[in-house]
Design a binder for this molecule. Structure first.
Ligand SMILES: *Cc1c(COP(=O)(O)O)cnc(C)c1O
Length: 272
């Protein structure tokens, strides 16, 4: 018999598993912040809900999460429509776009997102500015995605640190965009030293941009496997999927009601 009791519905079981994962993640974020001599309140947890159903957004919202990340334009718009949030919530939801964005999809995300983490080329900046103007929204916060690979890997997202300043200037000059900081994805590696070097590179890029644009203080870094070293290197936003919602499966159906349960709740595994 389940510790939660036989009468518990699958919905409650899923909510309880996510609540436990969220508690663990928040505790690990706070511990990493304290280890780095930082205030845990400086760090925003962005729940990356890609491949998981809209009900999981509703569950996390009920548990106090307000920042949500998606990496595909259509999936984002569908989830915005499908999630069922209380209209009277004191603080509204904030959507973050964290994936590679095609120019022609800018108009899909512009009505919904508070922040785009993955700005990496001039034409995308123009498209986002135009899309924001078309929906009459004031300001979209943009992060320049920095490529953190030691060597250039074909197909990896992000610009070289040396190319970031020009893009930041272009965002700052756009009428409907705001330069908010930088984002990076550390390379897949078992070496903690390599991970630290990658996040240091991101921190230096962040300082360069902040020299010219003092309000650009966001450093979006750290995923389920590496958020502790990211926090040590100054991350202000960590983007967590698997530790909250479970390992994603290939070909996951995203909007089937009650679908997409992980085989088991995952452990919070980022603290060695
Ligand atoms: C999927 C994704 C995440 C979350 O990754 P997890 O390992 O599941 O925590 C974070 N950032 C980006 C850009 C992603 O695409």
């Amino acid at each position: 018999m389940s510790v939660l009791g036989a009468s518990q519905s699958a919905d409650d079981v899923r909510t309880a598993a996510i609540a436990a994962n969220l508690d663990d993640a928040r505790a690990a974020i706070a511990a990493a912040a304290r280890d780095a001599g930082r205030d845990p309140a400086e760090i925003t947890l962005v729940a990356v809900t890609k491949t998981w159903p809209a009900q999981d957004v509703t569950r996390l919202f009920g548990l106090g999460v307000r920042d949500f990340g998606e990496n595909k334009a259509q999936e984002l718009t569908q989830k915005v429509n499908d999630c069922n949030l209380p209209a009277d919530a004191a603080t509204p939801i904030r959507w973050h776009f964290v994936g590679q964005l095609q120019r022609n999809k800018a108009k899909l995300v512009a009505p919904h997102v508070a922040m785009v983490h993955s700005v990496d080329r001039a034409k995308l900046i123009t498209a986002l500015d135009t899309a924001m103007a078309a929906v009459d929204r004031e300001s979209l916060r943009c992060l320049i995605q920095i490529n953190l690979d030691e060597q250039r890997v074909p197909g990896r997202a992000g610009v070289l640190p040396a190319e970031a300043a020009a893009l930041a200037d272009q965002v700052a000059a756009a009428d409907h965009l705001e330069i908010a900081g930088v984002m990076g994805v550390a390379p897949h590696t078992d070496s903690l030293d390599d991970t630290k070097r990658a996040f240091d590179r991101l921190w230096r890029a962040s300082q360069q941009i902040a020299d010219q644009h003092p309000a650009a203080t966001v450093i979006s870094a750290g995923m389920s496997g590496d958020f502790a070293p990211a926090i040590a290197a100054g991350a202000t936003h960590v983007r967590l999927g698997a530790v909250l919602l479970g390992e994603r499966r290939i070909g996951e159906v995203t909007s089937e009601p009650g679908g997409g349960f992980p085989p088991r709740p995952v452990q919070c595994k980022s603290r060695e």
